[in-house]
Design a protein around this ligand. Structure first.
Ligand SMILES: [Mn+2]
Length: 263
């Protein structure tokens, strides 16, 4: 039987709807925010207090107008799928520690925008609930409520959502497949856009000038944590990053912290 276009369209209407997800970038206004401080991988309760204090003092000195906590703010140690020490730090201790840090940040920076972008460790809370689906939709178990984000006026960005600032993509790292011995270069090769990411606890930078004269930049940012019992032998570096936007001219400082000094 010969069918015309209309009847084909009619038949195609019965194809079931896809359940595929779509997520839009979180746009951070580059006309509004000109001095941004980024820290990530605090892995509370494994925070490196010295590095944290140094970064925060530096951010205060340079008068940041936006702070991004770029993922793995909490370790969610007791929610790990790996073997863990049950006597280490329980979840409530961890949440109290994290909430205290948020209160301190708000006290030091009463007016600025603070964004909490989730990383793979923060997402463990949601993953745990997915595995215990009786708890699904319990408001009190949502991370934003466990950490009292509203109280401290902190905006949450989901773990798969990317932050876009001008022509830079800011990600925790796992969601853009950050990896490698030369992570800045390799991750740039996987994404082909300007990147700022944490997750690997290593400081690395790569720039590539394209044949049409554009500069592609990629930055792997240092961590704010010390060793964890599950990863004692590592080559992690401590550090953070600042974005300075002077009349549209953006400069990046991917800094390292050593002995309470920005280097
Ligand atoms: Mn991570």
């Amino acid at each position: 039987m010969k069918q015309d276009e209309n009847s084909i369209n009619q038949i195609l209407k019965s194809v079931p709807k896809s359940v595929s997800d779509e997520i839009k970038n979180y746009i951070l206004d580059s006309n509004k925010y000109k001095q941004i401080g980024i820290i990530g991988d605090l892995h509370i309760p494994f925070l490196d207090n010295k590095s944290f204090n140094t970064a925060i003092k530096y951010f205060h000195k340079i008068k940041i107008d936006c702070l991004i906590i770029n993922g793995d703010f909490i370790d969610a140690y007791q929610l790990s799928k790996y073997l863990r020490n049950p006597a280490k730090s329980d979840l409530q201790n961890e949440l109290d520690f994290a909430t205290k840090i948020l209160a301190i940040l708000r006290q030091i920076f009463p007016k600025i925008k603070i964004i909490y972008k989730l990383g793979n460790h923060d997402a463990r809370v949601k993953k745990f609930i997915y595995q215990h689906s009786e708890l699904l939709n319990l408001r009190c178990l949502k991370l934003e409520n466990l950490l009292e984000l509203k109280r401290y006026d902190i905006e949450l960005v989901e773990e798969k959502q990317l932050i876009q600032y001008s022509n830079y993509i800011i990600a925790h790292g796992d969601e853009i497949a950050a990896s490698g011995i030369n992570p800045a270069r390799l991750t740039l090769n996987k994404n082909y856009t300007n990147l700022i990411f944490c997750h690997l606890h290593r400081i690395d930078e790569f720039k590539h000038k394209t044949r049409d004269g554009k500069m592609l930049e990629s930055y792997s940012v240092g961590a704010m944590c010390l060793n964890m019992d599950y990863w004692l032998h590592n080559n992690w570096c401590n550090g953070g990053l600042t974005i300075t936007n002077k009349k549209g001219k953006i400069s990046i400082n991917n800094f390292r912290i050593e002995n309470k000094e920005i280097v």
